[in-house]
Design a protein around this ligand. Structure first.
Ligand code: PMP
Length: 378
């Protein structure tokens, strides 16, 4: 028998209480009982976004919520700035292109993070940019972007900052209101410890004025309609009632731990993982790594490449993610976002050690595990 353990940056492992809450008998979405669950869910989500803004929940994956952000906060021909440093910055670029905005692109090397001074310069040289699109955590490279600083330069230039936090929310620190982030998008299947299928958008009051006045046509994704329903703690169309019931269980667990403690737990898991990886003589891929996942360079890509991830899964049941696009076969990614603790990291590092040895790569047995335990026990 092999126990399968997910260490992928979405979907992630889900607590049994969440699975049980989602397995309850179906509730009707217009009746009081579900209304109470939905009210609690929205209020708990606000604590996780650290915002008093409106929080919308869609029956969609994270990309649906990204699309809603583009279609509600821009109109065709609007000038926008997209920060692209990996697969998900690329997704903002594609969405902004499909919806016919005028895209200025800041291309950053994959693995690097945006430089706020460069963003500030572009905004100064191109007056009239209406919105800046960034990711909090670029899952394809494991890099964290400096959102607080990006919010400051965007608001000085009169542009909205719209952040894809599908991967970062609930593991990497984001203070939506305090930092002045206008729109934050996320999804259920990562640090929020819930199965895939829910998309979220958190909107502050400055951004709310923009979607209310926006003249692009929308139907399913119309935030004006969603906002009217939200006043009654409802959604315009049938919500994913059981996923939301499950989500509420996870949010209650997150909020009873407290956001500062949740972020500290992820910092600790990331520190242990990085120490373990470096003790094996391996290199972390991004310059400024996030706390929710660790992207690692595969030591001899020409020899083992993507075979490493497959081997760890087939032999040990440990499911890592490989690299995407140009990074395929060159990196692997260990997620520790959401329902993970210190001993989960130890299991993941043990699989890396064993996998490398099995593939004849290098003898690292015990080195990573020891280094991580040093972090966790001091
Ligand atoms: N943005 C980021 C940063 C992501 O990691 C992902 C999912 N990997 C998405 C967007 C897209 O989310 P989904 O697959 O839920 O549509």
């Amino acid at each position: 028998m092999l126990k399968r353990r997910l260490f992928t940056p979405g979907p992630t492992e889900v607590p049994p209480e969440t699975l049980a809450a989602g397995a309850r008998p179906i509730l009707h979405h217009r009746k009081k009982e579900f209304g109470e669950i939905y009210t609690e869910t929205v209020n708990n989500l606000k604590k996780v976004f650290v915002s008093e803004g409106e929080v919308f929940v869609f029956a969609s994956s994270g990309t649906g919520a990204m699309e809603a952000a583009v279609t509600n906060f821009t109109s065709p021909g609007d000038k926008v700035l997209v920060i692209e440093s990996g697969k998900f910055g690329e997704r903002w670029k594609q969405l902004c292109g499909v919806f016919e905005t005028d895209v200025n692109l800041l291309e950053c090397r994959w693995g690097s993070s945006a430089d706020p001074a460069e963003v500030e310069k572009i905004l100064k040289e191109n007056p009239g940019i209406k919105a800046v699109f960034s990711t909090l955590v670029e899952t394809s490279t494991g890099a964290l972007h400096p959102i607080e600083e990006l919010a400051s330069v965007s608001s000085s230039a009169g542009a909205l900052l719209i952040v894809d936090a599908v991967s970062g929310l609930g593991c990497d620190r984001i203070l939506t209101d305090e930092w002045g982030v206008d729109v934050v998008v996320s999804g259920s299947q990562k640090a929020l410890m819930t199965p895939p299928g829910l998309g979220f958008i958190c909107v502050n009051s400055r951004a709310a004025e923009v979607y209310r006045e926006n003249n692009r046509k929308n139907y399913y994704w119309d935030l004006r309609k969603a906002s009217k329903s939200l006043e009654k703690f409802q959604t315009p169309y049938t919500p994913s009632v059981n996923l939301i019931a499950g989500l509420l269980a996870s949010l209650e667990s997150i909020n009873s731990e407290g956001m500062e403690n949740v972020w500290a737990r992820h910092r600790n898991l990331a520190a242990g993982t990085r120490a373990g990886i470096e003790a094996m003589g391996l290199e972390i891929f991004p310059e400024n790594p996030a706390c929710g996942l660790t992207a690692v360079k595969i030591p001899t890509p020409e020899k083992i490449g993507s075979g490493f991830v497959k081997h760890c899964q087939d032999r040990y049941g440990i499911v890592f993610a490989g690299g995407q696009a140009d990074l395929k076969g060159k990196i692997f990614r260990i997620a520790h976002m959401g329902y993970y603790d210190e001993l989960d990291v130890i299991k993941a590092l043990a699989a890396v050690e064993a996998g490398l040895r099995d593939l004849g790569e290098r003898d690292v047995l015990g080195r990573g595990v020891k280094a991580a335990l040093e972090v966790f026990t001091t």
